[in-house]
Design a protein around this ligand. Structure first.
Ligand SMILES: Nc1nc2c(ncn2[C@@H]2O[C@H](COP(=O)(O)OP(=O)(O)OP(=O)(O)O)[C@@H](O)[C@H]2O)c(=O)[nH]1
Ligand SMILES: [Mg+2]
Length: 419
């Protein structure tokens, strides 16, 4: 699947930058392009960064810092090179004003005609990305008529007590989920990407790498042209037809123990090469089950639904992609993955694929759930909406109280002569 990737705001652009880094690795190691452009073009041809603050764009390592790939909005008025000051209405307004520049830059430099889809990435808590993502998604959809996916990165739990964070996140989610032309919206909860052993200073770099890597196999699988690595294919259309509405993605990995070289004694007990010993296939099955459990635990946003002590997921579609060396990819294991997903996501349309041979010492499973219904993700979105409503009301109340106090003070001042 070939993408155009557009990062808006600082966090969004940082993640887009990580997509380029991942794309470069994939090109070097797998000989596959996952962004637009011909084989001779730089990998970054299909990737763009948009921001209000020039300073935020200097940190990019892979997206060229030239006007054909980094798009600076608000150059002509009061924002000139500065951010949106954490007010996402400013981000939205600047994107509307600069929409022609955004579209023409992507049209002229992005090789859009070869794209299967467009992905627009932003964080929800700030001003620039949060405000502009909905506008950018709509402009891209109207101008290019391709599937357009939004990725909205939700704030860390420690930010929930900040009123601006909650107002920006609530209004961004409303714009993108309810009032935009996005075909699907990937919800990425920063809190889910924090590892307990991370230091207190948030390691954005590591989180961004994890976010980009979640998409690696799903982008590669349909583009693979080396027959040794073509399994049960999931091509771009399989993915596009199942991607709708609020969605979660996750990847779990497990390592395959290296086969022991036979020592002097155990060579007498060596198993035949042709038939797998049953304990081998049992271990493989256990490994695959553990990886699937890890994938579901590591989805980009919690979305399970608890009912009377049983846990399930409510989604219109679920996709499972099993990537592992051929000898680990048995029919039994694929059936296990499929029936497990069928059981856990009852009633969902299922897509499954295999991607054999590309990794030698790991088994990994990618799961996408799309058009999520009841469950933790919906609760989380509602939590942000309610918190935003509460934050706006509290802000107004506080301002009223301040105004009243100043009115009293001003009445005293009124008794003084004017200078
Ligand atoms: N995963 C991830 N999250 C980030 C990153 N940078 C910032 N964030 C999160 O996003 C929030 C908003 O920050 P920015 O993305 O810098 O905001 P912006 O879109 O540039 O908007 P301004 O407020 O105008 O600067 C932060 O409070 C964090 O929660 C990043 O590189 N990766
Ligand atoms: Mg910024």
């Amino acid at each position: 699947m070939k993408l155009i990737v557009v990062g808006a705001g600082q966090g969004g652009s940082n993640i887009a930058d990580e997509f380029v880094s991942m794309g470069e690795w994939v090109w070097k190691n797998r000989g596959i392009r996952i962004f637009t452009g011909s084989d001779e073009d730089p990998i970054s041809t299909g990737v763009f960064a948009i921001n209000l603050g020039a300073g935020d764009l200097y940190g990019l390592k892979h997206i060229p810092q030239t006007s054909d790939h980094t798009i600076l909005m608000g150059n002509s008025d009061e924002f000139r090179g500065r951010g949106a000051g954490k007010i996402n209405a400013n981000g939205a307004e600047q994107a509307r004003k600069d929409s022609k520049k955004i579209i023409s830059t992507i049209r002229d430099s992005g090789d859009v005609s070869t794209a299967d889809a467009i992905l627009v990435i932003a964080t929800a808590a700030g001003g620039t990305g949060s405000g502009s993502i909905g506008v950018i998604v709509d402009e891209l959809k109207q101008n290019f008529n391709k599937p357009v996916y939004a990725m909205v990165v939700l704030p860390f739990a420690y930010q929930y007590d900040d009123p601006d964070t909650m107002m920006n996140t609530g209004t961004c989610l409303k714009r993108v989920l309810e009032n935009s032309l996005a075909d699907a919206v990937f919800l990425m909860d920063n809190q889910k990407f924090v590892r307990s052993n991370d230091t207190t200073s948030t390691n954005y770099g590591e989180i961004n790498t994890r976010i980009a890597q979640s998409f690696m196999d799903i982008l590669c699988v349909g583009e693979e042209n080396d027959q040794r690595f073509v399994g049960e294919v999931l091509d771009a259309n399989d993915v596009i037809t199942m991607l709708h509405g609020p969605s979660a993605i996750g990847v779990g990995q497990g390592s395959i123990p290296t086969k022991q070289q036979p020592g002097f004694f155990n060579k007498f007990y060596q198993k035949s090469d042709t038939a797998d010993h049953f304990s081998d296939s049992k271990a493989q099955m256990e490994r695959a089950k553990n990886v699937l459990n890890r994938t579901l635990a590591d989805l980009s946003i919690d979305c399970e639904h608890q009912e009377e002590s049983s846990t399930s997921y409510d989604a219109q579609y679920v996709l499972g992609l099993f990537s592992a060396p051929c000898e680990e990819t048995t029919q039994e294991i694929i059936e296990m993955m499929d029936s497990n997903l069928a059981e856990q996501v009852p009633g969902a349309g299922r897509r499954k694929g295999t991607y054999p041979g590309r990794t030698s010492e790991t088994v990994s499973i990618t799961v996408i759930m799309s058009n999520l219904g009841k469950g933790a993700a919906m609760d989380k979105v509602e939590f942000f909406y309610r918190s935003a409503v509460d934050a706006i009301a509290a802000k107004e109340d506080q301002q009223d109280a301040r105004n009243q106090l100043w009115n009293q003070t001003n009445r005293v001042a009124a008794q003084l002569p004017n200078l």
